[in-house]
Design a protein around this ligand. Sequence first.
Ligand SMILES: [Zn+2]
Length: 213
Amino acid sequence: MFSYQYRDPFGLDERGRAESRRHRGGVLGQLADGTIPTYRFGSTARENEFADRWSKPGGLWAHDLPEAPAHLVPACSCGWRGTPVPYDPEGGAYPDPEAPRLLWDAAGDSARTAWTAHAAAAISDTVPDALNLQLSQLADGLRHLAEEEPRAALAVLQTLQQTAATTKATALTTAREHHISPAALGQPFGGIRQHIHDLYRSMVCKLALALRA
Ligand SMILES: [Zn+2]
């Protein structure tokens, strides 16, 4: 089980908390044999986190171990695990673009960047471009169908309504699990609802005209 207790020097576990308490990031150490060491916490076993130090080579286990990890695994309290990043205790030096010095946490930094991308995607309200394109193509196709085959178009609209209802229920459940506030949900959900409503109304108008003709 993922531990929420440990805090690395970068305050990684604090990131994202304001928007989504479900997504707290961490970096786990993975040994050369592929295992992630655990430690006992009460009656549960928790995976051991590892903080790659920026000030010098090497890093620290949350619960001390003699062996350095072979990989660092980006992890999230929601259960997500990223691709393991190879870890060399003596490596990892890279220049700090903002200050003239060396940083030694390239592997840890990669793991944190992967988690940040995961957490951002989990709470994003940006509709992917590809999906916007599909929606617009679907609307065009449906308008055409409404003009040519109104009964078929009505059947599709019925299916769309059912899909919208079940998909919305799933999205709202997931949003609750992510602890996204109702206020944060209001804007995008209101927008999407209005969009679907407008789309539906224009279909119904066209259908009414087609049926009258
Ligand atoms: Zn997550």
